[in-house]
Design a protein around this ligand. Structure first.
Ligand SMILES: C[S@@+](CC[C@H](N)C(=O)[O-])C[C@H]1O[C@@H](n2cnc3c(N)ncnc32)[C@H](O)[C@@H]1O
Length: 312
């Protein structure tokens, strides 16, 4: 599909609150790309301990150049940002939100739904019902290789990203805008092709967010920006707005801003909101100083369940 020229985008926005009423208030056919990474229904609280690794000759780990290191825990998971990931009726929670997502998408828009092996099959059936089976385009496997390895079954080291287009035949797919990946056997394809690399398939190898890298925000379940940037480059056009209504640490927002798109991010967790505010500060509109009120306003206060960021 042809790319549109860049247009002026609406301002970037963060919303703190349950996503359902926010979605219900949004205009029909107004958003060209939605990415969501909801809770996975793992049955446990999602949070990370805060760790610090320091050089220590008496440490218990060996690192680069044979140096010894020791890791200390600065905070336990119960005291770090996170959320309870347990639902009695997971599909009952998702259904009204995904119905709204379908309504909000533009006629050529797409939904990317990020989940894992526990619930992917049930979610696919639900999405087939909402979008129609013909609108299912791909199941992208994000494969990584990090962390403990199960020894009683194959270690699960992938997530599933289901792509649905609103219209089965008309959707944004700018494959030429994708990053390219190295050939597995570059010697077989010639120097020019090997240097250019090839377009990805539906299996995306990408490292997780490094626990010690610059990208890390400390939010449990933070997804790598590289995955989001690929989706945004190929499935939207410059100036488009990308919506993420389970936004967490705001990875979608950062990726959208880096790719010249605007973002609308919703999350109900104050901890997630605080991380997003800090991470996305350079991309948010500056707060407008309020004039002092002369008289008490007669209007009722805004619904606290759909509280907007002070940056709006
Ligand atoms: C898997 S995390 C998203 C992580 C994100 N992709 C990132 O890279 O940081 C899921 C998020 O959904 C949020 N959430 C769960 N239920 C919600 C609801 N009803 N409305 C808004 N946000 C919700 C949680 O607070 C959590 O931050």
């Amino acid at each position: 599909m042809k790319r549109k020229s860049a247009k002026s985008s609406p301002p970037n926005r963060l919303v703190l609150g349950d996503n359902l009423p926010v979605l219900q208030a949004m205009e029909t056919a107004s958003i060209p790309l939605i990415y969501v990474d909801p809770p996975f229904n793992t049955g446990r609280r999602q949070a990370r301990p805060r760790l610090k690794t320091i050089r220590d000759d008496a440490g218990d780990r060996t690192g680069f150049g044979g140096r010894r290191y020791r890791t200390t825990r600065l905070a336990e998971p119960a005291d770090t940002p996170g959320y309870l990931d347990r639902f009695d009726d997971f599909l009952g929670f998702l259904r009204p939100r995904l119905l709204e997502a379908h309504r909000i998408l533009t006629p050529t828009g797409s939904l990317f739904f990020h989940i894992d092996y526990r619930e992917v099959h049930y979610c696919k059936v639900l999405l087939d019902e909402i979008f129609g089976r013909a609108s299912f385009q791909n199941e992208i496997i994000w494969a990584y290789d990090y962390g403990a390895r199960a020894t009683k079954r194959w270690p699960a080291k992938h997530d599933n990203i289901l792509w649905y287009s609103k219209d089965p035949a008309h959707y944004t797919f700018n494959l030429s805008a994708s990053d390219r990946i190295p050939y597995m056997a570059p010697g077989l394809v010639g120097a020019a092709k090997a240097a250019r690399g090839k377009t990805p398939t539906d299996v995306w190898w990408h490292t997780i967010v490094s626990p010690t890298g610059k990208e890390k925000t400390g939010y449990a379940t933070q997804k790598p920006r590289g995955i989001l940037e690929r989706i945004i480059r190929v499935h939207s056009n410059p100036g488009d707005t990308v919506l993420d209504f389970f936004a967490g640490s705001g990875t979608t927002g950062e990726a959208a801003a880096r790719q010249g798109r605007s973002f609308l991010l919703i999350d109900e967790s104050p901890a997630a909101h605080a991380i997003m505010l800090k991470r996305l500060q350079p991309h948010l509109p500056k707060p407008v100083p309020r004039k002092p009120a002369l008289r008490k306003p007669k209007t009722t206060p805004a619904n606290p369940a759909v509280a907007s960021s002070p940056n709006l």
